[in-house]
Write a new protein. Structure first.
Lengths: 214, 214
DNA sequence: TGGTTAACCAAACAGTCGTTTGGTAAAGTA
DNA sequence: TACTTTACCAAACGACTGTTTGGTTAACCA
């Protein structure tokens, strides 16, 4: 089921230093291909999933040998954690930029959803982070990934909180329904289809806005 | 990535007889454990995913040896197809039974969503079929799985069609939003939480009903 | 009662997986 | 210039993967 060496290695990595940060503290040398590995891993995992992407695949995509990846990342799981963190940061920046262009609460939420959805369906080099396709490994790993997404989720909770919804609407379920529908969109979305991310986000919010508008 | 023998075996199985049907045409003998294998596979795949479940896991759960599974199924993929078909049939029956208890269009849709959601979060022995966690294998396989779900999806399209929605609402996006939010629910659902499947389904539909009610 | 076949067991095969180990050329530092 | 560290390469290790092959036992049929 799982390899027996992982626990030891993960523990030792946590004891020494945290390599999971989005950017290495300092690129010690000019030709450091850590970022190349990260980009290749993100691209492949986004396309094939975690289990469907081997360390040999990532190494070949980067032009390295499999063992060389372990100079930069102590394990495949830690590599995925780094990819996950970078993807969360990236989608966070995109959503923040979109929110900043609007002032009205509903418009801000719509811009956020549109940016979120665009990141999910348009970027091939960024993992669909919201996806529950993370490795089925330890509970500790899942806790780390979920914690990384918490701040992102709270951002949407804040946008919903600003909406002035009637009391009969559960704001938690409102957010879960909107984000759920959005996160599921990549399942049926087709790039050449009739609706783009912005239109879909607009339609989703239109269907929810009715009760509360004006 | 993929094994070289699969194509040959799948082809030969399609040439001889179709083992993917929901029920074997006739249980040749009394103690035929094909159904046990199917149930064990469904239970394990629902919990660990397709890649996370090995043939040895399924065999051990059934009390058989790994090789013996190949008497009943020509490959792991074909076994999953059978599990998928059974799960689709099961959820179809549950939704049909729920619909039959209601007559008003909105009530029928709500009953269908509630039954759909209950099947997703409450049954541990049935794979979350709607999940995009199917094997990342061949396009032909994916086409078969999607075709199996088409009739099921059309059922919801029919329920939405009966709703008498205003013209400004795209009925396709209405259905995709509702089912997307529902299919995503298992990601955040906690069995001991505040809301059960029926309440969640009711809340989802309340948030969509407002514009169109009366 | 003899033969056929369904339903397995026992054991292996070839490949892939994540990972480790030991070495090495180049860059940085003194 | 000597020494250290960085960033790899080359090659393997052991575990696990889906799958195959050949044998075996009990149920069925004539």
């Amino acid at each position: 089921m799982s390899d027996p060496c992982r626990a030891k290695r993960v523990a030792s990595s946590e004891a020494t230093n945290d390599e999971t940060g989005t950017a290495g503290q300092s690129n010690r040398r000019q030709n450091n291909r850590r970022d190349d590995v990260l980009a290749a891993a993100a691209r492949l995992i986004a396309r094939q999933g975690y289990d469907g992407t081997s360390m040999r695949d990532i190494a070949a995509e980067t032009g390295m040998l499999p063992g060389s990846l372990y100079y930069h990342f102590v394990s495949k799981e830690e590599l995925f954690v780094a990819v996950h963190a970078e993807a969360v940061a990236s989608i966070n920046r995109a959503v923040d930029a979109a929110i900043a262009t609007q002032s009205e609460p509903w418009a801000r939420l719509e811009a956020a959803v549109a940016a979120h959805l665009a990141a999910l369906v348009e970027t091939t080099d960024t993992v669909a982070i919201v996806s529950p396709n993370f490795p089925d490994g330890s509970a500790a790993l899942n806790a780390r990934l979920i914690a990384e997404r918490d701040a992102y989720e709270r951002k949407f909770a804040g946008l919903v909180e600003a909406l002035d919804l009637p009391e009969c609407v559960d704001k938690g379920l409102f957010r879960l329904m909107l984000l759920g529908a959005t996160n599921w969109t990549p399942v049926w979305y087709r790039p050449g289809g009739r609706h783009g991310p912005a239109e879909i986000a607009g339609a989703f919010l239109d269907m929810l806005r009715s009760r509360c508008a004006v």
